[in-house]
Design a binder for this molecule. Structure first.
Ligand SMILES: *Cc1c(COP(=O)(O)O)cnc(C)c1O
Length: 354
């Protein structure tokens, strides 16, 4: 700790991202990356077109990218805000909409960055317990005062809410901003994007990191009515006016416009998820119904922490959360079929020995 640290910095307990080890032989199933390459059309741009233009600042409004997002979602450019990963978009949203206000409600088991941003921006966090079966129950959110945020599907459970349930919440709580974090929506949930024109109180946050295989590019966006987008622009332009660099913008547009590559990779991941789920169930695992590119699993006879260590010793990395309610579970990213076969065979051994 340095004497130059502000009080805010002293009090922070920062988010801890999943490990990003340098060992290339690892079966890496711990941070929900996509096992397939980005669109070849997107990759071709990097060396060819973009290089010489890098001496110039990028478009601070990322109009080309906003238009690609608008095309893909059926919305207008004025409904789109883009940022350096959806983490940045979420952080700016916390500052723009929730700081200085009432407590922000979110599920007690959810994306662990939410409480970190609350702390950073001095927002009171109100954690709402998941139902017994790990679903998000929206009933206890009703009648509150401040904003609401949840991922759909939720992380790390992978369970999705029905669009009709979210719509009912938006209708019943018109004076509260509801942020739906759709990082995993493409893997099996219904997006709320189409509700944006009808609900002033809805902000939808999406990313290229998971379903478009571009976690390394850092591009995400928010969808909302123009008033909400203007608030985000005000905050962005008070912090970093060029969050999307030239490479990121062009690669992102090419990836967004390559629907067929996107669909093919998504279908493969969904098929691998179905197959891995049934193989793990055969080994006695309980697998929560996942609409994401990961599964959340529990074995009644084997300790999750020991399975985690056992996998690690065999160069397979998954995610274990030492946290009440979920310390009996592992979160496993869906990799390729070969990676998942290796995972299942090691888990079979570990469970037999438990
Ligand atoms: C991965 C993830 C994000 C962040 O995605 P980036 O766009 O890579 O910053 C946001 N929310 C949830 C729930 C996630 O799992």
């Amino acid at each position: 700790m340095s004497r130059f640290w502000s009080d805010v910095v002293r009090r922070l307990s920062p988010y801890v991202p999943g490990e990003q080890p340098r060992n290339a032989d690892l079966v890496k199933l711990n941070t929900n990356e996509n096992p397939y390459p980005p669109s070849p059309r997107a990759l071709a741009l990097v060396s060819a077109d973009i290089g010489p233009s890098l001496r110039l600042y990028p478009d601070p409004n990322s109009v080309g990218l906003k238009d690609a997002v608008a095309r893909g979602t059926g919305l207008e450019r004025s409904n789109v805000f883009v940022g350096n990963g959806s983490d940045e978009v979420l952080a700016l949203s916390f500052l723009a909409f929730f700081s200085g206000g009432n407590a922000l409600q979110f599920p007690d088991v959810s994306y662990s960055f939410y409480p970190v941003w609350c702390q950073l921006f001095g927002i009171e966090a109100e954690r709402i317990a998941l139902a017994e079966d790990f679903r998000v129950d929206l009933t206890p959110y009703r009648g509150g005062k401040g904003g609401i945020i949840f991922p759909n599907p939720n992380a790390p459970t992978g369970i999705a809410l029905a669009l009709s349930d979210i719509e009912a919440l938006l209708r019943d709580e018109p004076d509260r901003l509801v942020v739906v974090d759709e990082a995993y929506v493409d893997f099996g949930a219904e997006s709320t994007a189409a509700l944006v024109p009808r609900f002033e109180n809805l902000l939808v946050v999406q990313t290229l990191s998971k379903s478009r295989s571009l976690a390394g590019l850092r591009v995400g966006w928010a969808l909302g009515q123009p008033d909400l987008i203007s608030a985000l622009d005000r905050v962005k332009n008070s912090f970093n006016s060029y969050p999307i660099d030239r490479v990121a913008e062009q690669v992102a547009v090419a990836a967004l416009d390559d629907e067929s590559h996107f669909r093919e990779c998504r279908e493969r991941i969904i098929a691998t998820r179905t197959q891995t789920t049934s193989r793990l169930q055969t080994l006695g695992f309980e697998v929560l119904p996942s609409s994401a590119n990961f599964i959340f699993v529990h074995h009644p006879r084997a300790q999750a922490s020991e399975l985690f260590e056992g996998l690690r010793e065999r160069d397979i990395l998954v995610r274990y959360f030492e946290q009440p309610r979920i310390d009996g579970h592992l979160r496993i990213t869906i990799g390729t079929d070969e990676e998942m076969m290796r995972l299942v065979s090691v888990l079979a051994e570990l469970v037999r020995a438990a």
